[in-house]
Design a protein around this ligand. Sequence first.
Ligand code: ADP
Ligand code: MG
Length: 323
Amino acid sequence: EATVSKIAAGEIIENPASIVKELIENSIDANSKNIIVEIKGSIGDFIRITDDGDGMDESDLNLAFLRHATSKLRTVEDLNNIVSLGFRGEALASISHISKLEVLTKTEDSLTGLRAEISNGKIDKLNNVGLPKGTTFFVRDVFFNTPVRKKYLKNDNVEFNYIYEVVQKISLGNPDISIKLIRDNKVIMNTNSEANIKNRIFSILGRDIASNLLNNTFNSESYKINIYFSNNKLYRSNRMHQYIYINGRYVKNLEISKIIEKYYYSLIPLNRYPVFLLYLDIDPILVDVNIHPKKHEVKLSKDNNVLAIIGETVEEVLYPNRR
Ligand code: ADP
Ligand code: MG
């Protein structure tokens, strides 16, 4: 049983960056406005994520680490209507199987906060502590009990960069949330809550990309498209700077990347991999988020013309006078 759990955990928790991703997404789901990510020592030794969100009371805590326990799915119909970032109820359970986990949390209404130590999906220790509203997850010794996985981690700078990328991607999708990343007491990234996506793009991706942005939007009953292109002639040899957000969540979708690349290349045959950010808000029923356990890959339903509309939106922004 323990082995099965550890293997299942590995499906979701591939490296320290996946822990950071799951925990930040939980913080966002809990309506946090400020999130701090602290990393210390060798990557995986010390990961601490503090938020100012809704927090958990004792009954929430008792459910949070059980596999398939999620507060975010109430009915079966909800499965086809997923709006929150998390919905599988597997992340915390998984993290508790492959690390030493501690949580500090307080809701608005509780008089005192709670501190819990968790291992293998169970709360080993629970006591009251004074805390502000919000939640801190403290993860130590990632993969301490799966030495093979640990051995296959890359060097610290590479693993840290994966974390940095995750934090950047999530930040670009949530301009209204302030996210701070600290490594060994040094602030690596800090964003204030920003009024708009443009400011956030500037503060995360920098002048090279953001100084010359082209923007176009499309609105209809069932979806909203907001696309930004860097109009600086940036050469990229891969899709690393293609950011796709569906309902606020960073996703990968090759169909979308390819249609944008196709239109872009036919108009500007310089660069196969344009730098862009696409924000698509769409009726969740038209998106299948379930195809990959890590939830990055999503599939769009065939019965809508969103891809074609994205293509037109691209054409319009690159050649505004053409139509
Ligand atoms: P899921 O996000 O799919 O529901 P998780 O295992 O990631 O599953 O989290 C389990 C539950 O723990 C969540 O449904 C939520 O109720 C609670 N939870 C996790 N992180 C937080 C947080 N930062 N603040 C408040 N509640 C949280
Ligand atoms: Mg989650």
